[in-house]
Design a protein around this ligand. Structure first.
Ligand code: B12
Length: 425
């Protein structure tokens, strides 16, 4: 049996579609490692190569986030026309199963590993079910290392990505993670992580840990960071803002080789924070938080969500001032987006504020709902203004030159984002 695992391309109209720096898909390399050895498996990432529709796979598995859904459906339809069986999985099919089923022979809801194994057997016997869903969350000690060999040679600048935990103990109303992985926070055994890292070190010293919240269990994070220290990786990952309140953990993060963290600053308004479901987290001011990260030699890629209910036309300038004054290393400014399955979507639906279900617009660069503190037009203009100013040479040059290890990543990152921002318009 021949299986093709496919990543749909991102639209060249959005920033990620223009960014040259692409990551290999961990979802599909993970599924590849759960595919029986006698099945031939290839990965096709439309962001780095063309899809060969006439290669005659028996089974096609397509991963999709919401902004990729329309493209994923086109790809699915093309393959089905040629007689292949198509399976859709990932965040969008998991939260919009009925819609996804109208373009697929089967869908996988939630985590893919266990259902995938059963599905392959069913496909071999020509008895595919429509929906595969595992009731219990996967025990992460069952995870095998992803098959990175299936993406080798595809021209990714960077292949060292790893996931060590799943789920998130927080319940931010806009986030899709809890709706897919649940609130139960699960961790991979430390020795398994270290074994995988030793292997990765042969490729490069740079590492991206994709976990949404690496410090969800403090004692696990502490043990992991200590175990990583001797490996001397230069790593980037995600962490919640309240990490800065824990000095000893910050020291460990830094000593383990972290040079950059993606941190959800989300908003400068306390009212917005409460509405998001994050009350009590902002004990330290955002200015002091950036300073703390810098004091530990860690660069900050901040995310500020635009368009929350308590945002007004002043919010954009306040965010830009904070970024410039703190000389923040990098930032993204996603427009609030009501992804399927999130509490945010339910609330906005109840309030009659969702404006479109065109998934192409769910890339966090378009307004898909009616904001409260401003008009749609004002939100769009504020988004343009903030990005244009933040990615101006004036701002970049003020922010990036610092005496710590993050410059080697944030220099090219700012230039790359600037170029992608200008091209996508
Ligand atoms: C790394 C990452 C990225 C990378 C992508 C790199 C890559 N090639 O994968 C980058 C930085 C480029 C990125 C960009 C964006 N991202 Co992103 N990203 C992530 C992140 C943090 C990790 C993804 C990952 O590797 N997970 C590990 C793998 C193993 O898990 P998985 O992907 O979920 O796959 C499992 C299951 O879903 C399932 N599965 C998945 N696909 C398939 C396919 C088949 C056939 C089957 C059977 C099963 C299956 O099985 C897998 C194993 O259990 C997730 C959060 C998360 N926890 O997943 C957000 C996340 C996926 N991203 C998200 C978003 C919104 C975006 C952006 C729109 C944000 C933005 N504006 O910057 C852009 C979109 C780009 C675009 N234009 O389309 C949302 C998606 C929400 C949604 N409903 O679609 C998430 C969930 C973040 C969140 N907190 O809400 N992202």
């Amino acid at each position: 049996m021949k299986v093709n695992l496919v990543v749909p391309g991102w639209s060249p109209k959005n920033i990620w579609g223009q960014i040259k720096f692409k990551f290999p898909p961990l979802s599909l390399t993970t599924l590849a490692s759960f595919t029986p050895a006698d099945v031939e498996v290839v990965v096709t990432d439309e962001n780095v190569e063309e899809i060969k529709f006439d290669d005659g796979p028996d089974l096609v598995g397509i991963t999709t986030m919401t902004p990729q859904a329309n493209r994923a459906y086109q790809i699915a339809d093309e393959f089905r026309r040629r007689g292949a069986k198509v399976i859709l999985g990932g965040f969008h099919p998991s939260t919009m199963p009925q819609e996804a089923l109208s373009h697929a022979d089967a869908i996988v809801v939630g985590e893919g590993e266990a259902p995938w194994r059963n599905l392959i057997e069913d496909a071999r016997c020509r008895r595919l079910k429509q929906v595969y869903r595992e009731r219990l969350p996967l025990d992460l000690s069952q995870l095998k290392p992803p098959r990175r060999d299936v993406v080798r040679g595809k021209g990714y600048l960077f292949t060292n990505t790893i996931q060590v935990t799943r789920g998130c103990p927080l319940r931010c109303e806009f986030c899709s993670v809890t709706s897919l992985f649940g609130r139960s926070y699960r961790t991979k055994p430390i020795q398994a992580v270290i074994d995988e890292l030793v292997d990765l070190k042969r490729e490069s010293v740079f590492l991206f840990i994709v976990d949404d919240n690496l410090i969800g269990k403090r004692d696990y994070a502490e043990r992991l960071l200590r175990a990583m220290e001797p490996l001397r990786f230069k790593w980037a990952g995600h962490a919640p803002l309240h990490l800065v309140e824990d000095d000893s953990l910050m020291r460990l993060v830094s000593k383990s080789g972290c040079f950059a963290l993606f941190v959800g600053f989300e908003s400068l308004s306390r009212e917005n924070f409460s509405l998001m479901g994050k009350p009590g987290i902002m004990k330290i001011s955002p200015r002091d938080a950036v300073k703390k990260f810098h004091d530990h030699g860690i660069g900050v890629l901040a995310s500020f969500i635009l368009g929350y209910d308590y945002d007004t036309n002043d919010s954009f300038k306040r965010i830009l001032d904070l970024c410039n004054e703190t000389r923040i290393d990098g930032a993204i400014f996603p427009i609030l987006t009501p992804y399927p399955g999130t509490p945010l979507r339910k609330r906005l639906q109840k309030e009659g504020r969702i404006l479109t279900d065109n998934w192409d617009m769910y890339d966090m660069e378009h307004v898909t709902f009616r904001p409260k503190g401003m008009t749609v037009d004002e939100l769009e203009r504020g988004y343009e203004w903030l990005n244009t100013n933040f990615l101006s040479w004036d701002s970049i040059l003020k922010r990036i030159f610092k005496f710590h290890r993050s410059i080697q990543i944030f220099g090219p990152m700012n230039v790359g984002f600037r170029s992608a921002w200008r091209k996508r318009q």
